[in-house]
Design a protein around this ligand. Sequence first.
Ligand SMILES: [Zn+2]
Length: 215
Amino acid sequence: MIQCYNCGKNFDKKETNKEHIPAKGLFEGYPDNYKDNRITVRSCISCNSSYSKDDEEFRNLIGTMNSEKERATLSAKSAKAIIAINKQFDRIITDYYGKIKGVEFDEANIDRFHIKNFKGLFYNEYKYAVPTEYKIISLTEPTDNTYHLIHYLVDNFKWKISGHRDVFGYIIQPLRELEQQSIDLIPNENDKIILACMDYNSSHTALVVAVKQKD
Ligand SMILES: [Zn+2]
């Protein structure tokens, strides 16, 4: 039997698929070999097919933040998708004079995208799905507290990559009191909080926190 990285249920291998973390859309416009060493995890068929809208929403978000020429293909695709999804252009934010100021994104999709990647990274690191007693939260709005948490990760541990660092870097670790910089920690039953920061396309950093609900 194989555990699904996302729902945590067990399946026969033939009832599972490969899921790539992160999704391939983020690699558009980069050299083909950037995708080669992406993390893959096992997913049940139903979980495997449930994230395409979230993947696309996040790809579109990254595409609009484009500042480098490598990401031009990604941006062009995003622009097309945003217009196609939204024939009424109600996502386009205009100013008083009708000039385009920006595009709105669905935060729920973006949060689900980060949480999916957190679950994939956890499964890849520790070889089991995030236990159900953890509640997983995506913190998209940076606050003083979230900066502390990101600093805990980046000051004490090394970045890892999936595919290529230009596209995706991450750190996933339990939150503990540390005396000094540390090698990888393995979560145990005393860990109340597991953290991950994920750096996408060098233009967006997400923090995801898993908090244990009971002992
Ligand atoms: Zn599943």
